[in-house]
Design a protein around this ligand. Structure first.
Ligand code: PXP
Length: 243
């Protein structure tokens, strides 16, 4: 069964909107961990629009927290990650003007830099995962780097405008997951998943972990963070969940 990783970036988004000390993403991480989630995910963006460096170090200190740090493969951030030592880094493409990560890495085009960056992390005992689109050429290229995992971009599935398009995008994720797993990569998935569409992704046999942030933080506004995590974990575990 796929496991849930909870991304707490958007707790920090709300805090940064007023530059207050609340709400604290570390508190959200503690609540998520109390539900036995598989990891806490945070994205330290170069523009620091949500998570701040201090948040990362405070989350790193939480007991029994597997920390997945999303990041661009940029030297300033790489140095922080090597110092922080998260359990896993997920390399993502990053553009300052984007609202959120818009697509996967182009591993083939940036092969040498991605391979060298993944190698630096492996040598420091940090697993490297690559956020890529559900595309066989990206998966093949990823398998030739030193990355141990890929996170398949579920954004195109989440944003599909019709059922037909959603089925097509879901099929692409399924095929990509089987292909990546066959090449020996651990397979994660995420981006844009919600309480309504996650079950089709969590049903995919080769997917190990699903990273979800925005929809959980949004739901938390109405039911509280504890309940929002519990509902998402319940859906993934195929338990009855009432809204
Ligand atoms: N995975 C990656 C690589 C991401 O960049 C994000 C967004 O930070 C997520 C998962 C979580 O996406 P969402 O907030 O839409 O659930």
């Amino acid at each position: 069964m796929a496991k849930l990783g909870v991304n707490v970036d958007h707790v920090a988004t709300l805090r940064q909107a007023r530059l207050t000390s609340y709400p604290d993403p570390v508190t959200a991480a503690k609540i998520a961990l109390s539900h036995g989630v598989s990891c806490i995910t945070v994205h330290l963006r170069e523009d620091r629009r949500h998570i701040q460096d201090d948040d990362l170090y405070r989350i790193r200190k939480l007991p029994n927290c597997r920390l997945n740090m999303e990041m661009a493969a940029e030297e300033e951030i790489i140095k922080i990650a090597l110092d922080l030592k998260p359990d896993q880094v997920t390399l993502v493409p990053e553009k300052r003007e984007e609202l959120t990560t818009e697509g996967g890495l182009d591993v083939g085009r940036n092969f040498d830099h991605i391979r060298d960056t993944a190698k630096r992390f492996n040598e420091s005992g940090i697993s490297a995962s690559l956020f890529i689109d559900a595309d066989s050429s990206q998966i093949e290229a990823s398998s030739l780097t030193q990355a141990v995992a890929v996170e398949l971009n579920t954004g195109p599935y989440s944003q599909a405008k019709s059922e037909k398009e959603a089925s097509k995008k879901l099929r692409e994720v399924k095929e990509a997951a089987a292909f990546a797993s066959g090449l020996g990569l651990t397979v994660h998935a995420g981006h844009g998943l919600t309480y309504k569409n996650v079950m089709y992704i969590s049903d995919i046999p080769h997917i190990n972990e699903i990273n979800i942030g925005h929809s959980i933080v949004s739901q938390a506004l109405f039911v509280g963070f504890d309940q929002a995590v519990s509902m998402m974990s319940g859906i993934i575990a195929k338990q009855p969940v009432s809204f």
